[in-house]
Design a protein around this ligand. Structure first.
Ligand code: URA
Length: 216
C-alpha cells in the first residue's frame, strides 16, 4: 500500500487561520487545527486566553498535562506559580492575555494510563504553530510581550535566543511585521524544578517587575 504524507517541512497551521472574526473565530478555528501531527495525541487545542485589549501578552511554551485536559493555558502548577509572581510584581494576572508558542500538548507516555511526560516541541512544530501566535499578536496588539522561557523566545526571536543572556531586559524587535517590546524571563516550570526554588522564584519576580515598569 502506498501512503501519501506531506513532507514534514510542510507542517503549518497557516491554512487553518481565519482572516476575519477576531479572537473568538481564531479560537474556534484553532480547535480544528491539523497543521502538524501534535493534534493526534493531544486532548484538545489549548488556545490563548484573556481580553483582546490586554496590554501585556504572556507567551509560554506549550500546554502541560492539566492545560491539555482543561483546555486553558497556565492552569496547572506552573500557571499558579506564574499568577503569584505576576501579582507580586504588580501585574494583575487577570489583565494579561496568556498563550503558548505551541497550542497542543506534546508528551511521551511509557504505557497507556501512565503519567504523560512533557516533551519539548521541535523547531518544525514551533514553526507550524507560528501563524496562530502571529494572529493573536495582530489582534491583541499588546504593549509588551513577556517571553516565558527558551521555547517562547526561539519562537518569537529566533533559534539563537538564550534566555540567560537577555532575561529581565527590555528588547525591541520586529516580529511578524510589527515592532514589539519584549521582556524575556525564565519559564515558571523551571522555578518549580530549581534546587534553589526561592531564589529562582525571586529572579522571576524581579524580571516581571521590569515588565511592570514598562507598563506603568
Ligand atoms: N507551561 C506552558 O508553557 N504553558 C502552559 O500553558 C502550561 C505550562
Amino acid at each position: 500500500m502506498v501512503t501519501t504524507r506531506a513532507p514534514e517541512d510542510a507542517y503549518t497551521a497557516g491554512p487553518f487561520v481565519p482572516e476575519r472574526g477576531g479572537l473568538a473565530a481564531l479560537r474556534e478555528a484553532a480547535a480544528g487545527c491539523r497543521g502538524c501531527p501534535l493534534h493526534r495525541d493531544a486532548t484538545q487545542t489549548v488556545f490563548g486566553a484573556g481580553a483582546a485589549d490586554a496590554r501585556v501578552m504572556l507567551v509560554g511554551e506549550q500546554p502541560g498535562d492539566q492545560e491539555d485536559r482543561q483546555g486553558r493555558p497556565f492552569v496547572g502548577p506552573a500557571g499558579k506559580l506564574l499568577d503569584r509572581a505576576l501579582a507580586e510584581a504588580g501585574i494583575d494576572p487577570g489583565d494579561a492575555y496568556v498563550t503558548n508558542a505551541v497550542k497542543h500538548f506534546k508528551f511521551t507516555q511509557a504505557e497507556p494510563r501512565k503519567r504523560r511526560i512533557h516533551k519539548t516541541p521541535n523547531l518544525r512544530e514551533m514553526t507550524a504553530c507560528a501563524p496562530w501566535l502571529a494572529a493573536e499578536l495582530a489582534l491583541v496588539e499588546p504593549e509588551l510581550i513577556v517571553v516565558l522561557g527558551a521555547t517562547a523566545g526561539k519562537a518569537l526571536l529566533g533559534s539563537s535566543f538564550r534566555v540567560g543572556q537577555v532575561r529581565g531586559t527590555v528588547l525591541e524587535e520586529e516580529i511578524h511585521g510589527r515592532r514589539e517590546r519584549l521582556v524575556p524571563t525564565v519559564h515558571p516550570s523551571s522555578v518549580l524544578r530549581a534546587d534553589d526554588r526561592e531564589g529562582a522564584y525571586q529572579g522571576l519576580v524581579q524580571d516581571l517587575r521590569t515588565a511592570a515598569r514598562v507598563l506603568s
